[in-house]
Design a protein around this ligand. Structure first.
Ligand SMILES: [Zn+2]
Length: 398
């Protein structure tokens, strides 16, 4: 079964990962007046619409844009409850404290599997309807062995990109025994979670885990076969980025408060595919009124940048990659090409994936049809539901 997607006003293909640094900003590349053929769940052909080969069925895009599906490389979707009152208080002038996580931990532990599964499925559907075809999902609201094991098992039902985040915060009951909690995280909790996870993550921040603690968690995760990623430099300057680069992490996420040495470390961390991506989460700054990360500084230094939602009930409860693109353009001064590349190819690099984030021949056929002639509409028409159709692995899913 083959499908011809034709009469595409702008086909954003991005540079294939083996051609990085690519053809344009962040690897952005696009064709106009184009078509694409899907076969067996993969991109089989791209080129000028007039030269397109025959296919079993055809979809006429009417001059609208087609983009690779978004790759949202940072989300916390396994939780119960909500924290709108905390958000309202914050908007009224109460600063955000990482301790709010503990309320979600209590609600999540108390929730039956079915409630967590339904909430997760609803958020994953929300993401799909906004063009996200690959999502990463973390544990981190259980913080006991059985509750973390349950969280990674539920996450694995919706994505292969499952992250063990037992080191989210030190939970109630361990305030006087940080070492005891870390032993639990790096021992029985990791053993219970590693079989269903791909990644290990740690919240390296004042109020959460320090550099030595974070490095120990990542090393234990690596020894259990997991790949590291880090919550770094969100609330203030700190060691998170250096810990991430030293551990060979695929990504350092947040990167709001960076020193020159942090930027240098990211820039010299290795080629895309092996280095550490700076994943920026502008929905968090939008939702917490913190300063946005300095994307231009990172891009000027040659750092690979990704955009992700950080969808979670506390610091940022959006599932919308289009919103993140719009914020990146408006608030972080990324060009529309840079922002779209960061939300697709950048996210793929942050997950060390070469099959998604671009529409080169052989890529997984993950794509979205926009209600507009170009990718620019994502930032030009903020807040408007522009995603008209989504294919994942060649199947129309929205
Ligand atoms: Zn996060």
């Amino acid at each position: 079964m083959s499908t011809l997607i034709t009469n595409v006003g702008e086909l954003v293909t991005n540079a294939p990962p083996d051609r990085d640094p690519g053809l344009g900003p962040g690897g952005f590349a696009a064709l106009t007046g184009a078509a694409l053929v899907i076969e067996d769940g993969r991109v089989a052909w791209t080129g000028p619409a007039a030269q397109a080969p025959a296919a079993d069925e055809a979809v006429d895009c009417g001059g609208c844009a087609v983009l690779p599906g978004f790759v949202d490389s940072h989300a916390h979707l396994v939780f119960a409850g909500e924290r709108s009152a905390e958000f309202a208080a914050r908007m009224a002038g109460t600063p955000y404290q990482a301790g709010g996580i503990r309320g979600t931990v209590a609600a999540t532990r108390a929730a039956p599997d079915g409630v967590l599964r339904e909430n997760l499925a609803r958020l994953a559907r929300e993401m799909l309807a906004q063009g996200t075809t690959t999502l990463e999902c973390k544990s981190g609201y259980g913080l006991t062995v059985p509750d973390e094991a349950r969280a990674v098992a539920l996450a694995a039902e919706v994505t292969p990109e499952v992250t063990f985040l037992g080191a989210h915060v030190v939970p109630p009951g361990y305030e006087g025994d940080r070492a005891g909690y870390l032993d639990l995280v790096c021992g029985p909790m990791l053993s219970a979670c590693a079989p269903q996870a791909r990644w290990v993550d740690v919240f390296c921040e004042r109020g959460a885990f320090d550099a030595d603690e974070a490095a120990a968690v990542l090393a234990a995760g690596r020894a259990a076969g997991l790949l590291p990623r880090v919550h770094a430099n969100q609330l203030g300057p700190g060691p998170g980025v250096q810990v991430a680069v030293a551990a060979g992490a695929a990504a350092a996420d947040h990167c709001t408060y960076l020193s020159d040495a942090d930027v240098d470390a990211l820039a010299s961390s290795g080629a895309p595919g092996s280095g550490t991506v700076a994943t920026l989460l502008p929905g968090v700054e939008f939702s917490t009124r913190q300063p946005y990360p300095d994307a231009r500084r990172l891009l000027a230094a040659g750092v690979t940048v990704a955009l992700a939602t950080d969808c979670n009930p506390g610091s940022c409860f959006t599932s919308s990659m289009p919103l993140c693109v719009a914020l990146a353009v408006r608030e972080m001064r990324m060009t529309t090409q840079e922002a779209v590349a960061a939300a697709t190819a950048g996210g793929a690099r942050a997950l060390r994936r070469t099959d998604v984030g671009h529409l080169g021949v052989g890529a997984r056929a993950d794509l979205m049809l926009l209600d507009g002639p170009s990718h620019t509409y994502l930032a030009y028409r903020p807040g408007v539901p522009l995603v008209r159709a989504v294919w994942r692995a060649g199947q129309r899913e929205f």
